[in-house]
Design a protein around this ligand. Structure first.
Ligand code: G3P
Length: 225
């Protein structure tokens, strides 16, 4: 499962990409708004941090077909290769997905709450579909189950489209989809930090250091030399 950071906070992205095996960064207009600066500057800085081989997702904001196409061109011009344009999975978005597929610009059908949205986005040529796990949970449905149903549809119809599961609030939601073979997950920094936030792990690691110090008086192998 590829792991993406769903955030535009530069310090968080630097910190997380330094230690975790991160495959890229996903953004949306609300995430960019939290950075409180020109979104072009934010996106370019993210691209510099993650490098040109990592994938960056940026969303078209204009809701008209022509505006989506213009936004997509602007985003790709700004961020170069390995950029995916997110488009809402609604009729105008499907039209834009079909046109951008012909141009060779990869897209992600986003704002996915139902399997039918995902199916239509994939059929329209989107390379990814992004179901919102936690937001679906908050509506009283089962977000993880919806993602699995979407994966089953893509597999059944042999569609050239990957799930980018999004909107997580805890590790368990991510782990269950990892077990199911979902290709991509994008998580906010606090969710990623929560993957290994566990007092049992921290305690076991500290015990090793304490035991070694009792034996040698040192806290590292290299100090013995
Ligand atoms: O990027 C879209 C999705 O990840 C939204 O997440 O946390 O706002 O529900 P959230």
């Amino acid at each position: 499962m590829k792991l993406f950071i769903d955030d535009a906070n530069i310090e968080a992205i630097k910190r997380l990409t330094d230690v975790y095996p991160i495959d890229g960064v996903t953004t949306n207009p609300s995430i960019l708004a939290k950075a409180k600066r020109d979104p072009r500057e934010t996106l370019k800085e993210i691209r510099e941090i993650i490098g040109e081989e990592a994938i960056i997702f940026a969303q078209a904001v204009d809701l008209s077909y022509e505006g989506m196409i213009n936004d997509a061109h602007m985003i790709v011009d700004l961020l170069g290769k390995n950029t995916v344009v997110k488009l809402p999975s609604v009729p105008t978005g499907f039209k834009a997905m079909k046109a951008l597929k012909k141009e060779g610009i990869p897209t992600c059908g986003t704002v996915v709450y139902t399997p039918m949205q995902a199916y239509l986005a994939a059929k329209a040529g989107a390379s990814y579909v992004a179901p919102y796990v936690n937001r679906i949970d908050n509506m009283g449905y089962d977000g993880v189950k919806v993602v699995k149903e979407i994966q089953d549809i893509l597999d059944t119809h042999n569609m050239d489209c990957e799930v980018l599961a999004a909107s997580f609030k805890n590790s368990q939601q991510v782990l269950e989809l990892c077990e199911y073979g979902i290709a991509n997950a994008t998580c906010a920094p606090d969710v990623i930090d929560g993957f290994v936030r566990n007092m049992a792990i921290d305690g076991a690691i500290q015990d090793f250091v304490n035991d070694f110090k009792k034996l040698t008086g040192k806290t590292s192998m290299s100090e013995l030399a």
